[in-house]
Design a protein around this ligand. Structure first.
Ligand SMILES: [Fe+2]
Ligand SMILES: [Fe+2]
Length: 259
């Protein structure tokens, strides 16, 4: 089975670069399943039913989330009807599921989304242990005849992500990191067979700080000014993705910059 996981699609530049690049990737790779992380899809933070549908029309079939997923008012009421999961280790009072077993023409795919607790800004989300949460979900789904399992671990620290990869090595097919918006080139097969990458990266503007106008972030970090975030809409964009081939036991990047 071949799975294409597209890096976090950030705001309008992210959606436009996906629109421009995805058709050629689908044509060349012919993936069995296309996934992406939707937490920055609409206006750079959160997702909406409209932007999810826009991406579905391009061929993305299912989405994971992260700390920003519920940014837009009303998404908590929409998520139940959309092909989207949110981190499973958010305490139970948020709507939506943290994992899903998808039926595809080549077998069932288990997708799990969890988020690291190692960042103070997440404290309001009442996160529980993401490692044990994945174990719990694997136990719960053990009798479901799953052909392929994929974990999206949404985390800042590269060490957290490596630990997750080795913790799950041999127990899931792929551990793919998201959240940093920066693509890493450490994609590899771990010793017991799990395919791993620390971060898929983002689809969006690359002459920005993770999608945000660089001047705003420079003012914040250099002069402690607190300007509102604005997304960089002009300039170079990149499409970032990971291709996981469970038959060939291969994990590779597909990245493309677009002017
Ligand atoms: Fe993000
Ligand atoms: Fe995030």
């Amino acid at each position: 089975m071949k799975i294409l996981f597209i890096g976090e699609i950030v705001a309008r530049p992210g959606r436009s670069v996906v629109k421009e690049v995805l058709p050629e990737v689908l044509e060349n790779e012919k993936p069995d399943l296309v996934l992406s992380n939707a937490e920055n899809l609409a206006h750079g933070r959160g997702a909406t039913a409209g932007t999810i549908e826009e991406m579905q029309e391009l061929g993305i079939e299912f989405f994971t989330g992260g700390d920003h997923l519920f940014w837009h008012k009303g998404f908590d009421k929409e998520i139940g009807n959309l092909p989207v999961i949110r981190p499973a280790n958010i305490k139970d009072d948020l709507p939506g599921d943290g994992y899903r077993v998808l039926e595809t023409k080549v077998g069932k795919v288990l997708i799990i989304n969890v988020m690291s607790i190692n960042s103070h800004k997440y404290s309001e989300l009442n996160l529980t242990n993401p490692y044990l949460k994945v174990e719990e979900i694997l136990e719960k789904t053990a009798d479901q005849d799953v052909a392929v399992s994929v974990v999206d671990f949404h985390a800042d620290y590269t060490s957290d992500k490596h630990a997750m990869g080795f913790f799950l090595d041999g127990r899931v097919d792929a551990v793919l990191g998201t959240h940093s918006h920066v693509p890493t080139c450490d994609n590899r097969v771990l010793p017991k067979g799990t395919m791993y990458v620390t971060d898929v990266g983002m689809c969006g503007n690359i002459d920005s700080v993770l999608g945000v106008k660089k001047e705003i972030i420079i003012d914040r970090v250099v002069y402690s000014q607190k300007e509102k975030f604005e997304w960089e809409l002009n300039g170079r964009r990149a499409f970032r993705s990971i291709i996981v081939d469970t038959t060939k036991k291969e994990i590779r990047r597909f990245d493309k910059e677009v002017i």
